[in-house]
Every structure is written in C-alpha cells, then in structure tokens.
Design a protein around this ligand. Structure first.
Ligand code: SF4
Length: 721
C-alpha cells in the first residue's frame, strides 16, 4: 500500500469531492485536503471529513453472517457464498428466473453497477433488477431524455455557474446536501448574478437567495407554468431560438397559457408580484440557468414538473447555449454513473435501452451471449420491492437500505421479511441487512479502486489507499464467486473479473457508441486528469498509442500525449451545437398542472415533506455510526410552524406524532417560522419510531416510476407523556 497521500474522492454524495488519504500507523487513513481537484478545491463537509470512521473495526462488518436458528452468526466465506448460491438457485428452479430479484444502489462504482446488471441478466437470467437511484433523480432523467434526447445531470461543469446571470434553484438545499458547492452560488452573486431559491422551507440555502419563493409542496409544476405564461405575456420568448433549435412550442405554449398568474397564485401561494419578479430576474440577463433537485423530481408528476422547468429554459433560449441551461443536481455518490451502465430495470450499459434490438446485439456480443437470451425490462424499484414475497421470492441486495429509504417503509419491511431468501452485501449491518439470511461484508471506498461519475458527468477514479481487513471481500469478488457457483459448467465467472480495471475495460467496449460513451476513457487517463466528461468515444490511433506506451491505470500515462492520434478530450458542455434528438432540436413537452396524489382533507389536513440534514447521508447506514455526525444530528425531528405548534399545544422538543394513511412516526418538535403553516418537514435518515418513510406515499410517476416522497397528507398530534 502507498505510504504517501492517495488522491481519491469522497464516498458519499454526487459532488464527489476530491480528498487525499494519508496512511496512519494503526493501518487506517486520515482525510487531508486536496486543493487541486477543481470541483471542491479542498473543501469538504463533515461527512467527507469523518468518512474513515466507518472503516474501523467494531463499526463495519468483518465477517460473513449466516442466519442460523433465527440469528445471524459468523460464518466462513465459503459457507456464506454457498448459502447465497443455494438460495438463489432454489428460487430459480422452483419459481423461474424472474422470481430472483436484484436491487442495487446509486453508491456503487461504475464497475459494480455494470457487473450487477450483467450478473442479473446472464447469471440469474432475471429481468427483475432495479436500484435505489430510481428514488433519487429518475424524473429529471426521464424529462431530460424527452426534451434533449440525453440525460446527463448537468450538461455543463459547475464552474459555469458563477459566470451566468441568474440561477433558479428548484427544490434543492445545497447548504445541507453538498455544502462545498455553495461557493459557486456565492461567486455568482459576487459577480453580479442573482439566485432564486424555490423551496417550501426557508432553508439555509434559501437564506442566501436574492429571492425565495415558498410554494405549497407539490405545486411547483403550476409555478413553472405560471412563469412561462408570463414569459409569453410579457413578450420575453426568444422566438429565433425557438424556431431554430426546438420543436413542439405551440402545444407547450397553449398549455402554459391556461395557467394564469392569479390561478397559479391560488395553487402555489406564491403571489403574482413574486412571479413577475422571478420572470424579470430570470429573463433580463443574457444568460441564466434552472437547476432542479429532489423537490420537483420526487413527485408522482415529477417528469412533467421537470419538463415544465425545461420548457421555461427552452422558451427563453437558455438551453444548449454557453453559460446557460437546465441541469439536475444528482444526489447519490454515483447517482449519475449508476444510472448509465445497466442496473436500471430497462437499461443496458452505455445508457442503452434494453428493448432496443441493436443495443441488445451490441451488448450481447461484448458479453458473449445470444441477444435473445437477455431478459426484457423489469419492474421499477418500488414495484420490485412491493412484489417481494409474492412474485419475487429471493433478493440479492447490494449497497442499499430500503427498510429506511423506501416509501411506505413499514410495508416494504414486511415484504422483505416475507421473502424466501435475502442476501445483502454491505459495509455495515444496516436495518435491511439485519433481516437477511446471509450478509456479505464488503470493501468500501478507501479499500478499493473504481470509477464514479459525478453530477457533472465527470468520470473520476477512486483509488485504494489501504488494505481491507481480513474477512472482507469486494462486491466484484462476490459476483465472481456467485457466478462460479450458479453457472456450473458454463464457466460464467470468467465474465466477472475481480480486478476493477478489467471490468472497466469491458464497460468501455459495452458503452462504445452508446449515449453514455466511455470508450475513450481509461484508468491511465483518469489517473492523470481531474476526471473526463462523457461522452468520450475512443479514437483508434490514440488507443493504439496508449496500449503501446503504458497500461491503463499506470500513473503518469497520458493517451493525449505522444505520437498517436490525440484522444477525445471528453465533453464538458453538451448541446451547444445540437441536442441529442434525431433532428438535433430540443422538444417542448406540453404539460398541465395536476394536484399531488394525496391532497389534504379533514382527516389528514397537513402536508408532509421530507429531506436531509447536513450531518447525515441518505438512510444513515454509515453516517449514523460516526460519533461526530451523531453529535451534530442525533435523531429525527418534526419541523413545524409556530401556529401549528400552538394549535397542538406543543413546545420546542416535545414529542409529536405525524400520522398518514400508511403509518405513524413520532419525533421531537422543532418549531420555526421558516416553514409554511400548512406543512411539516421530517428528515428521512433514521429507522424506528421516527422513520419519516413510514409515512411517505408510494404513488408513482407514470413515466419515471418515481415515488411521491415530497408531499403527502398527514395529521399532526401532540403526544401525551
Ligand atoms: Fe463533498 Fe458530498 Fe462528500 Fe460532503 S458528502 S465531502 S459535499 S462529496
């Protein structure tokens, strides 16, 4: 192992902050600033700084666990792997391949996500694979595909933000989710630009805005339509751009014109003068951006909501122009790469579609299988979890904790318990792993090499800095061993190398020619450069040169230098010449407002919205095990307005119950004027009595199959002590 600093990236969110890991005498690592990485320039939030705490023995798992007599007990790897293979094989024999489910995660490296999709389809032969990224950004992905023909979270680097004129940030609390990114917005304002934040809560991010709009949760579709109405009414449409670079304007225009500002005010609670001011601030500068996150996306109409924001960008000529455009702020560490290489229900590597015959032929050839042997598309994440114990009898789960993170979580917990067999690969004994028949302890970020793709579409190399403890294996080794056991004499394990670079080399071939083309990216390049933006197709001469001059992965190798053809530089900025549609034009999508799936009524008169706090990450499986983070954010809470608190007779810190049609959660009251009186907020990082997802509504977006995490009807009750 290296005895000097190893440059790598944070294990948590999609910013993928650069950090150096320096070895400690006790075999661990310390996180040190890495100022040369441009995205965060050395800045880290508390989660990144404390990430090594999860490497400690006693915190992480260090031996396989097998359920015996009702309890999980330590076992050898051979016993555990045999048990997983037996469990999956039995299900396949008794109920068919589609009775085996596979559930992945947006934190898995590209290599793992790629291998997991391949494992499901050619080892298990199942169509039933999806992942928790479906809960994260799938609505933005679907809307981006419709409008632009391509989904890459940000079609431009973060460094463009300070140079634009105005940013509308919709449903994003960057101050809590990725604090180092806030500097881009601070610089924007220092440069004379303006920031508009749209959020039902006056978050720390909203406090930094020039204008904060606080619509009722689930109504930002109406808000975007009302803004577009005003853009038309005030003659602010960029007619030449619309004519030259888009299609479908008339229908979108007609839909928007039905959303009068006064009507939008009634729906959203945002006043007409605020709407007019937003339009003025957005349209007056030459350049402007709209960035969305989970607020507009985690709705049963998330695809339409994001589509309405994209329509606003298109009508004003903002998309596909320098320092302007629409982008989605992806959340999970590899939320972007994890949605490109095949762990999604409908997808093959390279962002290819599973129902596209040409895509099937291409990938089947790389995999050495008959295209007809590849299953078709399967269920989306919630639908897959909801089918556990009925159609799906066994589940292999990797890097996800749906007992805490899935909507209607108590129901999903029961579905998981009803499985014939559950195997979980994880670093820690998460709430879901605790229900498993077999738990396989796997390596984590500092102990393994692999690539991730950050929210900008920048492919990055995470490097191994320390040796994993004995008793722990990588997810790639797990898939190799299971392929050997389940493939019998077919020798399927040969298609599942344990060396991540070998997997990446195959991923390059599988992605070649696809929308997310990684074929021109090598470990060697990633070691030299601060990431490479996809698409980055291979240039034959450059690749020959690289093969001759150095192995991919070797430090100091640059395929862009030398006698061969120059390598493709990557694509930091998309759509500047044309969009990724057949005719190169962006598509307006006509959308109209509709209410959330579950409007408040007499029985459930308040709206619940959920989100994150800065010191915890997603389901909290890792961060809840870090003392410093727990001290900062020890447990769930219910944020509510003083008027609502007064009606309940609740004081700060009093336990209050939040009740929805799906269950009841109890947590201390946190009283603030920064939230609408008709809304309560709960962070979703904790299990147990305060589990916010006990309450959330699994109503699905018809296109993206995203559940409606962001708004459901509840009642709030004082809890008698
Ligand atoms: Fe950076 Fe996100 Fe890690 Fe915090 S959690 S250090 S913002 S990558």
């Amino acid at each position: 192992m290296p005895n000097s600093a190893t440059p790598t990236h944070c294990p948590y969110c999609a910013l993928q902050c650069g950090m150096n890991l320096t070895p400690l005498q006790d075999g661990g690592v310390a996180v040190v600033e890495r100022p040369d990485f441009p995205v965060n320039k050395g800045a880290l939030c508390g989660k990144g700084r404390t990430a090594p705490a999860v490497l400690a023995s006693g915190v992480r798992l260090s031996s396989p666990l097998v359920r015996s007599g009702g309890t999980l007990t330590p076992a050898t790897w051979e016993e555990a792997l045999d048990r997983v293979a037996e469990g999956l094989a039995r299900t396949r024999t008794e109920h068919g391949p589609d009775a085996c489910g596979v559930f992945g995660g947006g934190g898995l490296t590209n290599e793992k996500a790629y291998s997991l999709g391949k494992f499901a389809r050619i080892v298990l032969g199942t169509s039933q694979i999806d992942y928790n990224g479906r809960f994260c950004m799938s609505s933005a992905a679907a809307a981006g595909m419709k409008a632009f023909g391509l989904d890459r979270g940000l079609p431009f680097p973060l460094e463009d933000i300070p140079k634009t004129g105005c940013v509308i940030l919709v449903g994003s609390n960057l101050a809590e989710t990725m604090p180092p990114s806030l500097r881009y917005f601070t610089e924007l304002r220092e440069n004379g630009g303006t920031l508009i934040v749209i959020d039902p809560r006056r978050t720390k991010t909203a406090e930094q805005a020039d204008l904060h709009l606080a619509p009722r949760p689930g109504t930002d579709l109406a808000l975007a339509l009302g803004l577009l109405h005003l853009v038309v009414a005030e003659g602010r449409v960029d007619e030449e751009y619309v004519r030259e670079r888009t299609a479908g304007w008339e229908d979108a225009r007609a839909a928007a014109m039905a959303h009068w500002p006064e009507y939008v005010e009634r729906i959203t609670g945002v006043s007409v003068p605020q709407l007019r001011e937003t339009v003025r601030m957005f349209c007056e500068p030459e350049r402007a951006m709209v960035l969305t996150a989970r607020g507009p996306e985690q709705q049963a109409k998330g695809t339409d909501t994001v589509g309405a924001w994209i329509n606003l960008c298109l009508a004003t000529g903002r998309a596909g122009r320098p320092l302007s455009g629409y982008g989605c702020l992806t959340g999970q560490g590899n939320g972007q790469g994890g949605r490109e290489h095949g762990q999604k229900a409908d997808q093959l590597p390279g962002y290819r579609k599973l129902d596209d015959p040409a895509a099937r032929r291409h990938v089947a050839e790389v995999w050495g299988v008959d295209p007809d042997s590849l299953p078709g598309p399967g269920r989306s994440a919630y639908e897959l979890l909801d089918a556990l114990g009925t159609d799906i009898r066994s589940l292999l789960l990797m890097g996800s904790n749906p007992v805490v993170s899935a909507p209607r979580a108590a129901h999903i917990e029961e579905r998981i318990k009803s499985l014939d067999f559950l195997a979980v690969c994880d670093v820690v004994l998460s709430e879901t792993a605790a229900l498993a028949d077999v738990v396989l302890p796997v390596t984590q970020w500092a102990e393994e090499t692999g690539t991730t793709t950050n929210l900008e579409g920048r492919v990055l190399l995470r490097r191994r800095a320390i040796t994993a403890p004995e008793g722990v294996r990588s997810d790639l080794e797990v898939m190799h061993e299971l392929a050997a056991r389940l493939g019998g004499e077919r020798g399927l394990e040969k298609g599942f190398p344990t060396d991540p670079e070998e997997v990446f080399e195959e991923l390059r071939r599988a992605s070649a020619g696809g929308p997310a083309d990684y074929s021109g990216i090598t470990y060697g390049r990633l070691a030299e450069e601060n990431g490479v933006f996809w698409p980055c197709p291979a240039v034959p001469g450059a690749e020959d040169h690289e093969d001759e001059e150095g192995s991919a992965g070797g430090e100091g190798t640059s395929p862009a230098v030398g006698s061969g053809s120059p390598a493709h530089p990557g694509t930091p900025r998309l759509f500047l010449d044309r969009f990724a549609t057949p005719d190169g034009r962006a598509r307006f999508v006509p959308v109209s407002y509709r209410a959330i799936a579950e409007e408040p009524d007499d029985e459930y008169p308040v709206l619940l919205t959920t989100g994150r706090v800065v010191a915890q990450y997603q389901s909290g499986a890792q961060t809840r095990r870090v003392d410093e983070l727990n001290a900062a954010a020890p447990g769930p809470f219910v944020e509510l307005h003083p008027r609502l608190a007064a009606r309940l007779g609740a004081a700060e810190g009093d336990p209050v119950a939040v009740v929805s049609r799906r269950g009841r959660a109890v947590a201390p009251a946190r009283i603030t004027t920064g939230i609408r009186p008709d809304t309560v907020f709960m962070p979703f990082h904790w299990p147990g009595e305060g589990r916010a997802n006990t309450l959330t509504n699994p109503a699905l977006d018809p296109t993206s199959r995203m559940p409606e995490f962001k708004a459901c009807a509840v009642r709030v009750e004082a809890v008698k002590s």
